[in-house]
Design a protein around this ligand. Structure first.
Ligand code: IMP
Ligand code: MG
Length: 175
């Protein structure tokens, strides 16, 4: 069977939810500045849209951590491929992720970043697959809880494809 994509969360639903998250974050960080950390590459589409909906002052930095190869299964190995440019000390940090699956990537990343002494650190993820959790992570803001299916779009890839889809879809027809 050929590979095809079934829509799980439409473009309209994603946009609406990101607006809501932006409003919530703007309220929660009232009177402060928020330092967004994008986990590349998947988090980039979500972070750009989210940042546009936040009304308190925003700064941004980027890092790349990988626990996945070109595969649908976690290797369990977490590697910092690109570190942040700026120190975190004294900043109100909000990590922006595309998806939390086993939780391995984020539990490792949050431990590493906490050592850099931010004033606060929270986590915002567009998608969460709670059924798949192996490592506990405290998620402060969640776009959507989704079932245990491999999804693509809005930054998420399958073998580096489909990141640019403006909706969240499930890849079907994969062996
Ligand atoms: P975790 O360490 O298992 O939580 O995996 C986190 C990373 O795995 C995410 O940031 C994604 O890059 C990738 N990932 C997990 N589930 C999916 C999926 O359904 N589609 C695409 N990438 C995924
Ligand atoms: Mg990711």
């Amino acid at each position: 069977m050929a590979e095809h994509i079934k829509v799980l969360v439409s473009e309209e639903e994603v946009d609406k939810r990101i607006r809501e998250l932006g409003e919530q974050i703007s309220k929660d960080y009232a009177g402060k500045e928020v330092h967004l950390i994008c986990v590349l590459k998947g988090g980039v589409f979500f972070m750009c849209e989210l940042a546009k909906r936040i009304t308190v002052p925003v700064s941004m930095d980027f890092m790349s951590v990988s626990s996945y190869g070109d595969d649908t299964k976690s290797s369990g190995v977490v590697r910092i491929a690109k570190d942040l440019d700026e120190p975190l000390e004294g900043k109100d940090v909000l990590i922006v992720e595309d998806i939390i699956d086993s939780g391995r990537t984020l539990s490792y990343l949050m431990k590493v970043l906490q050592e850099r002494k931010p004033a606060s650190m929270r986590l915002c993820t567009l998608l969460d697959k709670p059924d798949r959790r192996v490592k506990m992570v405290d998620v402060d803001y969640t776009g959507f809880n989704i079932p245990d299916e491999f999804v693509v779009g809005y930054g998420l890839d399958y073998a580096q494809k489909y990141r640019n889809l403006p909706f969240i879809g499930v890849v079907e027809g994969v062996e």
